[in-house]
Design a protein around this ligand. Structure first.
Ligand code: MF3
Ligand code: CO
Ligand code: CO
Length: 262
């Protein structure tokens, strides 16, 4: 395993790519409403990426993935395939995950949306998943390890009686979409060996389940669902390790740290 340390020039390109990925989420947010299909959302995302931002949608044809975004509703953990027959309905929770390539570098980010009025427990799951992301981010600084990042995430998820998905993880990112290291979101011993250093760039993207942590891959070979078919939520940022801590490349307009109270 080799973790690439990015140069100042590469970091600048990744800062730009990350900002553009965040702009895609800001752009699609007002369109996430009951009645719109995930196929339509993906079409709007694709057109904005290609025509306005002039970026390459990284997921399109990536290992055969057929769309420019992943859109994952309710019990879908990740990698939901946009579909013109799949309409959002009031009460759904939905993750939209977008990755762009600009000037050869990737920016990868995702967020949850509550569609119309959502049940308090569903909203709570989305809130805790977002807090998990930020508690993980807060552990990013030189000489900390990925173990501290993962432990912060797992501790908060389980304190709220939720569970952490183990089969999918965050990842190094740069000229390639998925680079070393694997950023696991549960406290695996092996993470103690991954010492953070300035110039590393990776994603943190915890998938938090309402019920059991186990997942199942559907026969389309992409869609990942919870085995117990209960809800799952995920938030994702791309960030770099700096000399003093971290720099998030995929912050959205007006976004500030989202940490639990007290
Ligand atoms: N954006 C996802 C991630 O966070 C990866 C999607 S790969 C795809 O790593 F092929 F499913 F699109
Ligand atoms: Co990612
Ligand atoms: Co992503």
């Amino acid at each position: 395993m080799t973790i690439k340390i990015k140069t100042a020039d590469e970091l600048e390109k990744m800062r730009h790519a990350g900002h553009l990925a965040a702009q895609v989420l800001d752009y699609i947010a007002p369109r996430v409403e009951p009645g719109i299909s995930t196929g339509e959302l993906n079409q709007i995302i694709h057109d904005y990426m290609v025509n306005t931002l002039e970026v390459i949608p990284a997921t399109l044809n990536y290992h055969g993935f057929p769309a420019s975004s992943c859109i994952s509703i309710n019990q879908v953990v990740c990698h939901g395939i946009p579909d013109f027959a799949k309409k959002l309905k009031k009460g759904d929770i939905v993750n939209i995950d977008v990755t762009v390539i600009k000037d050869g570098y990737h920016g990868d980010t995702s967020m949850m949306f509550c569609v119309g009025e959502t049940k308090p427990f569903a909203e709570r799951l989305c809130t805790v998943a977002r807090e998990c992301l930020w508690l993980g981010i807060e552990q990013v600084k030189p000489n900390n390890t990925l173990y501290e990042v993962a432990r912060a995430i797992q501790t908060h998820a389980e304190a709220n009686h939720f569970s952490v998905v183990r089969e999918y993880c965050g990842h190094g990112i740069g000229a390639e979409f998925h680079e070393d290291p694997q950023v696991l979101h549960y406290a695996a011993e092996e993470l103690k060996e991954i010492i953070l250093q300035p110039g590393m760039v990776f994603t943190i993207e915890p998938m938090i389940n309402l019920g059991r942590p186990e997942i199942k891959l559907l026969s389309d070979s992409w869609t990942v669902v919870t085995k117990d078919r209960k809800l799952s939520a995920q938030w994702e940022h791309t960030l770099a390790v700096t000399d003093t801590g971290y720099e998030i490349f995929t912050l959205r307009q007006g976004e500030t740290p989202f940490l639990p109270n007290s």
